[in-house]
Design a protein. Structure first.
Length: 231
C-alpha cells in the first residue's frame, strides 16, 4: 500500500513536470520554425534547425506518453505484423542516427503472429531499448551491433521481440531496480526510459522483462498478449 501510494504521488509529480515542460518546449519549437523561414540561414545552421525540430517533436511525444500514463488513457491499439514493422523500424532507426549502415542485426520468424499494440508505443519501447544497447551495451566500439529477434514462444505461443547487446551485462542487484522510476547509473540519464517503456508495455497488455544473455551482454524481451482486444 505504501509503494502504491508513492507511485501515485510520483505519477502526479511526473504529470505536473510534463505540463511544465510543454510551454518552453513549444516556445523552442516555434522559434526553430520561425528561424527556418529565413533565407539567410546557412546550410550547416539549417541542419542544426532540423535537429531542433526533430528532437522537439521527440520530446513532445515523450511528454504525451508520460501524461497518458498519469491519466491511464486507452492506447490506440491496432494490428501490427512484426516482420514488416521491424523492417520499417530498422530503416527509421538507421536514418535517425544518420548512419549509412544499420547497427541492427534483425531476425524475424517467418510465421510471426500479428500482434495488437499501439504503433507509437511500440516504436518508443524498441527505440529506447536499441538506443540503450548502443550506448551502454558495447564492449568494442568497432562492432556496434544490436541483435533484434522476433519469434513465437514455443510453449505459450506468444509473440515476442528480444533486444540483445554484446556488452558486459547488468549487475544482478542493479537489474532488480532498472524498471523503477528515476533509477539510473548514468550521470546523464533520467532513469525514466525503462520505467516508461515497461508502463507502455502494460498499457498494451504486454510485459517487458530483462534477463542476462547466456552469451554475454543484456537481453530485454517484450512479450505480447495473445488476447485480441476490441479495436
Amino acid at each position: 500500500m505504501i509503494q502504491q501510494g508513492k507511485l501515485a504521488s510520483l505519477g502526479r509529480l511526473t504529470a505536473s513536470i510534463a505540463h511544465e515542460i510543454r510551454n518552453p518546449l513549444g516556445a523552442i519549437s516555434h522559434a526553430g520554425e520561425l528561424l527556418s523561414e529565413s533565407n539567410s540561414i546557412e546550410k550547416e545552421d539549417r541542419r542544426l534547425l532540423d535537429i531542433i525540430h526533430k528532437h522537439s517533436g521527440r520530446v513532445n511525444s515523450i511528454v504525451k506518453s508520460v501524461l497518458q500514463l498519469s491519466r491511464q488513457e486507452k492506447s490506440h491499439i491496432e494490428v501490427i505484423h512484426l516482420s514488416n514493422w521491424l523492417k520499417e523500424f530498422e530503416k527509421d532507426f538507421t536514418d535517425q542516427l544518420g548512419l549509412n549502415e544499420s547497427p541492427l542485426d534483425m531476425t524475424a520468424h517467418t510465421k510471426c503472429h500479428e500482434v495488437f499494440f499501439d504503433k507509437n508505443h511500440l516504436k518508443q519501447i524498441i527505440d529506447n531499448l536499441c538506443s540503450n544497447a548502443l550506448k551502454y551495451g558495447q564492449t568494442n566500439s568497432n562492432q556496434t551491433t544490436v541483435s533484434i529477434k522476433a519469434g513465437i514462444h514455443p510453449t505459450s505461443q506468444q509473440s515476442y521481440i528480444t533486444v540483445t547487446d554484446n556488452g558486459k551485462g547488468i549487475d544482478k542487484l542493479v537489474a532488480q531496480q532498472i524498471f523503477e522510476p528515476f533509477y539510473t547509473t548514468s550521470p546523464s540519464g533520467t532513469g525514466l526510459g525503462l520505467y516508461i517503456s515497461s508502463q507502455l508495455a502494460e498499457l498494451n497488455h504486454a510485459k517487458l522483462s530483462y534477463d542476462e544473455n547466456p552469451n554475454g551482454g543484456s537481453r530485454f524481451t517484450l512479450l505480447f498478449s495473445t488476447a485480441k482486444p476490441t479495436l
